[in-house]
Design a binder for this molecule. Structure first.
Ligand SMILES: [Zn+2]
Length: 338
């Protein structure tokens, strides 16, 4: 049973809280417009419940998307300030996610099996159970599976609502950002970032923090969308993952480069498959065809197809596994010997 979850406050991020940012990979202030924004950030009221929820259907609503001329990293610029984004994630409550729990269980069970196969080949060999930290663990679906499989697992999650849901299931969840949690150095064998890195205001700083938290040779698992995928290139500005909550759009190349800069050696890159309910899949079209989407969901429910689970893999989401390597990366990404 999932309860009790604290209600989210009705915080609305102020539209004036915008900032310009340099490239997070190479540091350059030299980006070209890739796709003009589809919303006016200065007019837009950013409601965290609508924009920053995991199950947000605000597809196709985003500010200007730019590409760094030097390294090719794609990101939103300008965007909400890091403080405004953090406040939005703290306030968000995503009750729709609870209804989709079963699909997430299947998705994460597969992810955990894949992670364990990489771990067995490349991971450190602790005396007891492996220590795992799930960053942005949300309501704790992956965490719970990891605990059931024998991992000594805990999570960090900024949403007060989601963290309380995880705790209500007996999971160890800190309600915090990763850096705010100030966890001890070299204390985890595995850190997972499932659908999280594209939401960070400063992914390089977060990856350096992951490096600090991992034991030497420890693994990080990252799932994110791939803007160099065929689907992303064909759909261009209509690629559904272009959303205001996604601040960065990595390709395999730019993610590899960022990991190398932050002290990681990439071990494997795999396609990612999601498993979702039929009704959830049909509801995703509500942004473009609201009436047709509602009719399709109603028809699926009448035909008792709504709860069927279907695998989705359009080839535009990747999972990257990387190992903490030495020497330690300095704050500007240049390796230093210690
Ligand atoms: Zn760059």
């Amino acid at each position: 049973m999932i309860a009790p979850c604290c209600p989210a406050s009705a915080v609305v991020a102020a539209p004036g809280h915008l900032e310009q940012v340099p490239c997070n990979l190479c540091g350059a202030w030299d980006a070209a417009l890739l796709y003009p924004g589809t919303i006016d950030l200065l007019d837009e009221q950013i409601d965290p419940q609508q924009v920053f929820a995991c199950t947000s259907s605000h597809y196709g609503r985003y500010g200007p998307v730019v590409r760094c001329r030097r390294c090719g990293l794609v990101y939103l610029n300008p965007r909400l300030t890091a403080a405004a984004i953090e406040a939005a994630y703290e306030a968000v409550a995503d009750t729709r996610y609870l209804a989709e729990r079963e699909g997430r269980v299947h998705t994460f069970a597969r992810a955990l099996s894949e992670l364990e196969s990489v771990w067995e080949r490349h991971g450190p060999r602790p005396a007891g159970p492996g220590r795992l930290l799930d960053v942005g663990c949300h309501i704790g679906v992956f965490l719970e599976l990891a605990v059931q499989r024998g991992w000594d697992a805990e999570g960090v999650e900024p949403s007060r609502w989601a963290a309380s849901c995880g705790r209500a299931r007996g999971l160890r969840v800190r309600c915090s950002t990763l850096q705010g949690a100030a966890l001890p150095s070299a204390s985890y064998d595995v850190v997972t970032l499932w659908d999280v890195i594209e939401h960070f205001a400063d992914p390089a700083a977060e990856l350096r923090e992951v490096w600090r938290l991992l034991r030497p040779g420890g693994l990080v698992g990252i799932t994110t969308m791939n803007i160099d995928s065929l689907v992303a290139r064909v759909l261009g500005p209509r690629w559904p993952w272009l959303m205001q909550m996604h601040l960065y759009y990595f390709s395999e190349r730019t993610l590899r480069a960022l990991l190398a800069r932050c002290g990681f050696e990439v071990l494997a890159v795999r396609p990612h498959r999601r498993i979702v309910r039929v009704s959830y899949l049909l509801s995703r079209a509500e942004r473009w065809l609201p009436q047709a989407s509602r009719l399709a969901v109603a028809a699926a429910e009448r035909l008792r197809l709504a709860d069927y689970l279907v695998p989705i893999d359009l080839g535009d989401i990747i999972t990257v596994y990387a190992r903490r390597s030495e020497p330690h990366p300095s704050p500007n990404g240049v390796a230093v010997r210690r």
